[in-house]
Design a protein around this ligand. Sequence first.
Ligand code: NAP
Length: 273
Amino acid sequence: MKYALLDRGDSLSRELAEQFHALAQYKGLKEDASSPDVVVSIGGDGTLLQAFHRFIDRVQDVAFVGVHTGHLGFYADWKKNELAQLVDLMATTEPQKVSYPLLRIQIVTDDETRSFLALNEFTLKSMEGTLVAQLNVNDEPFEMFRGDGIVVSTPSGSTGYNKSIGGAIIHPSLEALQIAEIASINNRVYRTLGSSVILPKHHHCDIVPEPDEPLSIWIDHLTMQLQGVRSIICTVAEDKVHFARYRPFPFWNRVREAFIGSNPDELEHKRPK
Ligand code: NAP
């Protein structure tokens, strides 16, 4: 089993990375930074996003594992004091592979169509204040959006930016994408749906901005500024991202721990008999 490791770059993550390499060498795991079977990220969910984009060309061939240096994350579900246990399991156990849907984004300009994959989401904003863009669903006009921006997220990204703007949390076993609004302008003149929309895999949405509107585009943590965009087509990607699960940590437990906190006594008390 060959592994690659990416750390956040802070002193704790670097120290843990050194510990990991030492433990891995002792257990006979081989480091291979270019064609690994497992990619270990040490830092947080943001570090795993970076690892995903670094290995995006091999996304079908690798499985990711995340170690969190702070609180438990959504992609980083191993704690810093569990490194030895993780390495031991990596050396001795065949992990369960869990696959999550990704978002395919095609940005169409006069000259070309560029294609991207997102693990969390695609975010569109205007460089000049209010974003004005038509939203089409399955090639039919749906609404004219005016506001701060639009976020199209994957199910695993639904706990990120999407949640902060009122989108729903979607279980990553559902192959879907979610369109959520950032501060839409709604009055007697301008009208959008106002709630987030969830599309199944066989549907798609096109965002058609005003001609020559300078756009700020985010794909996960990566950003670019573009002008002359004719449309942006969002679909559930054919490719999926794979995670190596060496122990179960159900998605809804992660949601509860991240956003609600656990009060096991009280929850145990109310458990149906
Ligand atoms: P960042 O601004 O440094 O961190 C954003 C926060 O989002 C971090 O706490 C990160 O967790 C957390 N996060 C990332 N993916 C998540 C997920 N799937 N579920 C729950 N939390 C998640 O940016 P970054 O670390 O480079 O991450 C980029 C992501 O930030 C974007 O993909 C977007 O989802 C999120 N974001 C959120 C907002 C907002 O909520 N208002 C605004 C912009 C971007 P860790 O601390 O574990 O790294």
